[in-house]
Design a protein. Structure first.
Lengths: 264, 322
């Protein structure tokens, strides 16, 4: 395997940027999703409308990206509309938001996400995380959710310690609607640092659809805590292009706040 | 209405008619001068055990000067609505002021998470959106509002929400109860002396939070005249009769940013977030919070030159100021 010329985060961001459809509304979570949306907007999908839970609709986010940039002047730059959280959630709830992009600490076979706690009890967790933020609304209400996560065995779990944001719940055919969530919504793609997945339309189980070049199917599966379905034909995922890396490193995130540095 | 599933989380319930009566008898409609300093505002309106809510945070336009004063006055056992937060919940927990967190987004840093992991701070998990909706219900004077989110998850189970059968359609719907914070602390760009307040830029729930709460403390970057308010009423976010106290607090969100006015103080934030254990956090609080008697002294400690630099560094003004 040749020495990587890009970081795992860069790989995930590039795949996500390519997955975003032009002229759609996209609900953006904190961190990687922000960079992916900016990259998509600059290279592939100039007509996307980014929306943020804090009330910014359609910003052309100012770059370079700064640490913890959220809700500030740079992130909200040149929006179409500035409003408030209840309005943004109403837009998602009433069906105006096509995509949501989220990160995750853990994921299960049906795309349920944990970003709340691991180990111990709820009252005394071994490791506590931030909790839902707006993630529960994004995963509940947007038409399609794209999830970004490092490909590590401990993150793919049969039963997460906590389901923060809903995937296909127990995977039964109408599980989401039966719970009270909007019809025809749910996880669309999982993008990891080495592979991509979709969710089987019948069983709602996670399905391996592609690996990064020089990564084997076996390697991808070995590094998961459960066995996903595997597509008949597996795609070889193109690594970040020179143009993508130049845009990421020189324009969008030159301080390497999110994308990191090769070899770190 | 048939309850199908109920979250186990503790909910602070307040009777909507009691709150109405409070508003009738305890909130003046007279255009009085409500300007006091942060010491008086916090000692009069923030009490041990209170449910406290702030507005937009992350590190943006949070009421940091009021929070530092809450820590100085050693308020205890507060129950915080931690929606879209970062600095606020983190510093108040570090200051030992908090016993319960309604979590939208808990905050950041080892001090905060260690407090939860050790059981010192109890969490009740919701989401940013459902906490915002609970404030809207409180602001509308209705006991609850429905949401299409939350159901089916452990977040729901740990919250105080309920899934019921919609009496109109028979479908399942999740209900979240109204919240009426005892006190709201909201930092704004401009206010007149009676509390007609302007927030510039996108935000979480400034009006809902102010309306839902029993008492409201506004801290303002700048005081402007009522005449100026009347000249451009479309800019008013919060009308005066919701407000109990107005505190002048230039750089009140420091080390966070007020968009269009001054940027984050990255150096100071690095110092705050590098305090990864109780001892180093105590050192931080000793220096910046207990070591200063007021917001004015705090700003002197940060230094004029540094503060002016933050203003210079905020190059984007369009959308916020002319």
């Amino acid at each position: 395997m040749s020495k990587a010329k890009f970081t795992e985060v860069e790989f995930m961001i590039c795949l996500a940027a390519r997955a975003i459809e032009d002229n759609k509304t996209v609900f953006i979570g904190y961190g990687m999703p922000q960079i992916a949306a900016i990259l998509a907007q600059r290279l592939y999908a100039p007509g996307i409308c980014q929306v943020y839970e804090y009330g910014a609709i359609g910003p052309q986010v100012a770059t370079p990206f700064m640490r913890n940039m959220m809700a500030d002047a740079r992130n909200s730059y040149r929006s179409f509309c500035w409003t408030t959280m209840n309005t943004m959630m109403a837009h998602a709830s009433s069906g105006f938001i096509d995509y949501g992009i989220l990160g995750a600490a853990q994921i299960d076979p049906f795309g349920n996400i944990n970003s709340t706690m691991i180990g111990g009890t709820y009252e005394r967790p071994k490791i506590r995380f931030t909790g839902s933020g707006g993630g529960n609304e994004v995963a509940s209400l947007c038409w399609r959710t794209i999830i970004l996560m490092e490909h590590e065995k401990r993150r793919f779990v049969e039963r997460p310690d906590f389901i923060t944001s809903p995937g296909y719940l127990d995977g039964s055919p109408n599980a989401r609607e039966d719970a009270g969530l909007p019809r025809n919504t749910g996880p669309y793609r999982l993008i990891t640092s080495i592979a991509t997945f979709d969710f089987d339309s019948q069983t709602h189980r996670m399905r391996l659809t592609g690996m990064r070049e020089s990564v084997t199917k076996e390697f991808a599966l070995q590094n998961m805590g459960f066995e996903p379905l595997v597509a008949d034909k597996l795609e070889t995922l193109a690594t970040p292009t020179t143009e993508e890396l130049k845009m990421l490193r020189e324009v969008i995130d030159p301080h390497r706040v999110v994308i990191g540095r090769v070899g770190e | 209405m048939k309850v199908i599933a109920a979250g186990e989380g503790e909910v602070k319930l307040t009777d909507a008619d009691e709150i109405r009566q409070w508003r009738r008898t305890q909130k003046t409609r007279a255009l009085t001068d409500k300007v006091i300093d942060e010491h008086e505002a916090v000692s009069r309106f923030v009490h041990d055990g209170d449910y406290v809510s702030y507005d937009l945070s992350s590190m943006v336009r949070g009421p940091m000067s009021l929070e530092r004063e809450i820590i100085r006055q050693k308020k205890r056992n507060l129950w915080l609505a931690a929606k879209f937060t970062l600095l606020d919940s983190t510093i108040l927990v570090a200051g030992g002021c908090v016993s319960k967190l309604d979590v939208g987004f808990a905050g950041l840093g080892r001090t905060l998470f260690a407090a939860i992991e050790s059981g010192r701070v109890k969490t009740i998990d919701w989401s940013n959106g459902t906490l915002a909706l609970r404030h809207l219900a409180g602001a509308m004077g209705v006991p609850f509002l429905p949401t299409r989110a939350l159901a089916g998850t452990d977040t729901f189970k740990r919250s105080g929400a309920k899934v019921v059968e919609d009496p109109f359609t028979g479908k399942k719907v999740c209900l979240v109860p109204a919240v009426h914070p005892d006190v709201a602390i909201i930092h704004v760009n401009q206010s007149d002396r009676s509390g007609n307040a302007r927030v510039f830029g996108p935000s979480i729930t400034p009006l809902e939070t102010a309306t839902a709460s029993k008492n409201v403390i506004i801290s303002a970057e700048e005081l402007i005249s009522t005449e100026e308010i009347r000249r451009n009423p479309g800019l008013t976010t919060i009308p005066y009769y919701l407000v109990d106290a107005v505190v002048l607090a230039p750089y009140g969100a420091h080390p966070g940013t007020v968009p269009g006015l001054y940027t984050y103080d990255s150096e100071h934030l690095a110092e705050f977030f590098s305090a990864q254990d109780d001892a180093s956090m105590q050192k931080y609080l000793d220096k910046y919070v207990y070591g200063t008697k007021s917001h004015t002294e705090y700003l002197e400690l940060i230094g004029k030159e540094r503060l002016l630099k933050l203003r210079e560094n905020e190059t984007i003004r369009e959308g916020y100021y002319k």
